[in-house]
Design a protein around this ligand. Structure first.
Ligand code: NAG
Ligand code: NAG
Ligand code: NAG
Ligand code: NAG
Ligand code: NAG
Length: 481
């Protein structure tokens, strides 16, 4: 009965209704859930406890949302925070899509959910939300995961964890999260799963996919992983770095001389370059780039007093997103700022079931501490690509072509190392009768550019990004017209 009351309570607050038939429906639903949960270990009750009735300042929506914590390591006390926004249209027939942001140390609640693919945007006064009509939850159930512990609301009770987390723990904890999360949401257990993300999640996404493949081999309840998709993805140190300086040169951001010197001096494979190479990078950025936004080279830079906190050093393990100011384009990328106001509000945290243990620092879009102390990183994830392609997963790689941080040339040099044979030769793909970008379909992998998009593709080109996502889910090549 306690359970049923609790269910009633959360349902009535979510739809704010007083109609008797609906209340009767709710009671029968609650009883049904009580029955289901008894036979399946009270998981429905756990799920219900995570239901979001409404976020402060949220417009009315027809899709259910859930958020909360999943413990991934009991000994250390590590718990990862997630936010599920289901699809408004027959969610049970749609796949589960996990989205991860990079950094390392950046939050997928801050970026993916609030300025890229999620259903809500935060408004300028950070007091309310409005709808994103190109949200990817139109076609899938979206699971935003803040990973690893230390990112956003995800926390650890062992503070030393913040100083030795890297790719390895991120993949292990994220797998543990997914297993435990599916226990909490058993209705998703056989659902098709896709893992997506951008930037440094170019590491997380294939690493997690491989971790799942290993887990599936020995598990009685394999996760129904179907594919991965990454954008402007960190892939291979050497080819990414070579491709990046080549992009700078080919987009006339640096001189011939600096380009030659970088090519002749830098190693490009190492995590820490020589002082000589470092000073060439500094020269290029400080003397030659000028005040541009490296994440979208043709956009005016964000004119915030602290807008330039993303120094070259924070790009070392590269590529955190960056505030960008572009007033004319119908979106406001300074939403990162609003996110830091909105998600620190106690009423918002309460509605999200977040920060239930009184985390000792503020919620931030990116964690400097994690980023600075990143313990281990794969020099290349191309060997993992080979494994997951061989394992039959669908693999799509896209690239916003005006990003100079993980640019399209970096991705092309990296992917070329896979030596895949071409299935459908290079062609322009279309969205609303315009060239959305270019694509080539290889055996085992589809590559696509998004024309005019910066580092965060769905922020800059939301319509094209949604088309890309739909094509990816359907497994069909991008439209030829
Ligand atoms: C972390 O510590 C708090 C306070 O002791 C506790 O309530 C919480 O359950 C712990 N978190 C985890 C994941 O063990
Ligand atoms: C933001 O949303 C809130 C709540 O809906 C509203 O009161 C406020 O006027 C909005 N602010 C802006 C700048 O749109
Ligand atoms: C940046 O903003 C400040 C204060 O709002 C203004 O004075 C300055 O002219 C702006 N700079 C640019 C390059 O727009
Ligand atoms: C968590 O809540 C405490 C207040 O209990 C607040 O001081 C802190 O900034 C919050 N941290 C996060 C990460 O939300
Ligand atoms: C830190 O990285 C090293 C390899 O560089 C690895 O052996 C070790 O397990 C990592 N630590 C953690 C906590 O993952």
């Amino acid at each position: 009965m306690f359970l049923a009351l609790q269910l009633l309570h959360s349902h009535s607050s979510s739809f704010n209704m007083a109609n008797n038939t609906q209340i009767l429906n709710l009671i029968s639903m609650a009883l049904l859930l009580l029955f289901v949960s008894n036979s399946e270990g009270y998981s429905a009750a756990e799920e219900e406890a995570d239901r979001i009735s409404a976020l402060p300042g949220q417009p009315k929506v027809s899709f259910p949302q859930f958020s909360g914590y999943v413990t991934v390591n009991k000994v250390a006390g590590r718990a990862l925070f997630y936010w599920l926004t289901e699809s408004p249209n027959s969610p049970s027939s749609k796949p589960l899509v996990i989205w991860l942001n990079g950094g390392p140390g950046c939050s997928s609640v801050a970026y993916g959910a609030s300025e890229e693919i999620g259903p809500f945007r935060i408004n300028k006064s950070a007091s309310g939300l409005y709808l994103n009509k190109f949200s990817w939850n139109n076609v899938a159930n979206l699971l935003f995961l803040e990973t690893p512990a230390g990112v956003g609301f995800s926390y650890t009770n062992r503070s030393s964890d913040l100083l030795d987390t890297g790719d390895r723990r991120t993949a292990m904890d994220s797998l543990e999260f997914l297993i435990r999360w599916l226990d909490r949401f058993p209705r998703y257990k056989n659902r098709e799963v896709y893992i997506t993300g951008e930037s440094y999640a170019g590491h997380y996404v294939p690493q997690l996919a491989r971790q799942i493949m290993v887990y599936n081999k020995k598990s009685k309840h394999p996760i129904n992983l179907k594919g991965i998709m990454v954008g402007n993805a960190v892939t291979d140190n050497y080819y990414d770095n070579l491709g990046t300086v080549t992009y700078w040169w080919s987009h006339a951001m640096i001189s011939d001389k600096t380009y030659q010197q970088l090519i002749n001096t830098c190693d490009f494979r190492r995590q820490k370059e020589s002082n000589e190479c470092e000073s060439l990078y500094s020269y290029a950025m400080d003397q030659e780039f000028g005040n541009i936004d490296q994440y979208n080279i043709y956009a005016p830079p964000c004119n915030n007093s602290d807008g330039n906190r993303f120094t070259r050093h924070s790009m070392r393990l590269p590529h955190r997103p960056h505030s960008i100011f572009r007033q004319l384009s119908g979106y406001d990328p300074c939403t990162e700022k609003y996110a830091e106001i909105y998600y620190n509000r106690p009423d918002v945290q309460k509605a999200l079931h977040a920060n239930t243990t009184g985390i000792r620092y503020k919620w931030t879009a990116c964690s400097e501490v994690l980023n600075r102390n990143w313990n281990d990183t794969d020099g290349s994830v191309l060997p993992i690509y080979k494994e997951i392609i061989a394992g039959g997963l669908r693999v799509w790689v896209f690239s916003g072509d005006v990003d100079s941080v993980v640019p399209v040339t970096a991705t092309r040099y990296s992917l070329a190392q896979l030596k895949l044979s071409t299935k459908i030769p290079w062609y322009p793909w279309y969205v609303k009768k315009q060239v959305g970008g270019w694509t080539e379909v290889y055996e085992g992998l589809t590559f696509a550019t998004v024309r005019g998009a910066g580092h965060e593709v769905p922020l800059f080109k939301p319509r094209a990004a949604l088309q890309l996502f739909k094509s990816f889910l359907s497994g069909e090549p991008l439209p030829k017209a």
